[in-house]
Design a protein around this ligand. Structure first.
Ligand SMILES: Cc1cc2nc3c(=O)[nH]c(=O)nc-3n(C[C@H](O)[C@H](O)[C@H](O)COP(=O)(O)OP(=O)(O)OC[C@H]3O[C@@H](n4cnc5c(N)ncnc54)[C@H](O)[C@@H]3O)c2cc1C
Length: 384
């Protein structure tokens, strides 16, 4: 068993860390305050090969493994989760194309995304369908050689900036099996009668674009169907182990970013004629923050390894990692604000933003409660 990164992985980590320090950190507060999508940073991220790097080389990507993805995600989120999410979500939905798409779909979409010329979105959630994905009500009906789509999608990352969406639709409602009858359909962002309304006022990750999508008789050609008709939900389930591991890495990044900033501040700030890091209460906070971050990182790496090696326990591990790392992010960011005292309550210091940003990791890609349900289900061998 090796408990160290390879030289290539260390190099990847160092390069992304440098990029995050130079290109993301200095502008993070500005994009957060203005709630605007960081187009300029995205161009630089494309030059660095950071957009959808898990896409195979033949479609313009680098073919990164889940472990490599975890390493780079941690670096981006340690600098700023809002911009970090913009970068790591540029290829949301790309897995569906990679795994089930036609050659024509892959050749058309994936190289554009990795080059930074297009952004994707994954549209699953709806106003009435959150944790229960099987209650998706957006309908796609066949009319000649086209699909006609009606419904609305809620909370869609990249909603107003995406060029392509992978949309989960109900196509075969007559099928009684709870998990069948849904299909994934590729919808171009500029299709007629598709509207996107940006959601503002988010607690955190404010640089990331989030929107509600409305489909009002939106027509796409039949060849936009991804994979087999009626199998969309089952296709989707296959990616959750990977995407949840990625959110776990986001949590590790946020926790590390907060723990590092707290350490730095504690050594600088003086009270009672000494640095506050001299007080045992602060020392213990710093020790716990760094210990929990380390534990979250190794659980996340273990989950990523399980994804890369298709290990039997990967579903439980991905949910354990997601639940634990997101909780660690929230708790460590909370303590980082505490170590900063009043200074942590305003956005002169990054910990204020990290504290707000951390919460989303307990909500998207399946809430904390859903992760615990999955872990318990796997332990009890209850089946889906
Ligand atoms: C900023 C942001 C970005 C997002 N991006 C995307 C995106 O790109 N694409 C997309 O499709 N979706 C996206 N989402 C949606 C996200 O995945 C959902 O918000 C999440 O799955 C929870 O669904 P919900 O909000 O409807 O909450 P609900 O499902 O209504 O849950 C409410 C509460 O009930 C609990 N609960 C529900 N069911 C159970 C159960 N069986 N057992 C125990 N507790 C339960 C939940 O844990 C939660 O605490 C995003 C959300 C946000 C806020």
């Amino acid at each position: 068993m090796e408990f160290q990164l390879t030289d290539e992985q260390k190099q990847l980590r160092d390069e992304v860390r440098k990029f995050a320090e130079e290109e993301i950190k200095p502008v993070a507060t500005e994009y957060d305050v203005e709630e605007k999508y960081p187009h300029e940073v995205m161009d630089k991220a494309a030059d660095m090969g950071l957009l959808a790097p898990h896409v195979p080389v033949e479609y313009g990507g680098i073919g990164y493994s889940s472990l490599e993805n975890a390493i780079l995600t941690e670096e981006l989120f340690a600098a700023d989760p809002g911009i970090g999410l913009c970068i790591s979500s540029a290829g949301f939905g790309a897995e569906a194309l990679m795994e089930f798409g036609t050659e024509a779909q892959k050749e058309r979409v994936l190289p554009e995304v990795t080059a930074g010329d297009a952004v994707m979105g994954s549209a699953i959630s709806e106003p009435q369908a959150g944790s229960d994905v099987t209650s998706v009500a957006t309908r796609a009906e066949k009319d000649g050689d086209e699909w006609v789509i009606n419904g609305s999608k809620m909370w869609i990352t990249n909603g107003t900036v995406a060029d392509y969406f992978v949309v989960v639709c109900e196509t075969d409602p007559e099928i009684e099996d709870r998990y069948s009858g849904y299909s994934q359909i590729l919808v171009e962002g500029d299709r007629d009668r598709l509207t996107a309304d940006k959601i503002t006022g988010k607690l955190g990750i404010r640089a990331s674009d989030t929107a509600e999508l409305r489909f009002d008789d939106v027509r796409v050609p039949e060849e936009n169907l991804i994979g087999q008709r009626g199998m969309g939900f089952l296709q989707l389930m296959q990616f959750f182990d990977e995407t949840r591991t990625s959110v776990a890495a986001q949590g590790v990044g946020i926790a590390r970013g907060a723990a590092e900033r707290a350490l730095e501040y504690a050594e600088e700030r003086e009270q009672f004629d000494r640095p506050i890091s001299d007080f045992q209460a602060i020392k213990h906070k710093l020790a716990e923050m760094h210990t929990n971050t380390e534990a979250a990182r190794w659980l996340t790496y273990r989950s990523a390894w399980a994804v890369d090696n298709e290990a039997g326990d990967l579903t439980a591990l991905a949910s354990m990692a997601k639940e634990f790392a997101s909780r660690t992010a929230v708790e460590v960011a909370d303590e980082a604000v505490q170590v900063h005292g009043g200074a942590g309550f305003v956005n002169d210091h990054d910990v204020e933003r990290l504290y707000r940003d951390a919460k989303i990791t307990q909500i998207y890609e399946g809430t904390t409660e859903i992760q615990k349900n999955i872990v318990a289900r796997e332990l009890l061998d209850e089946g889906a």
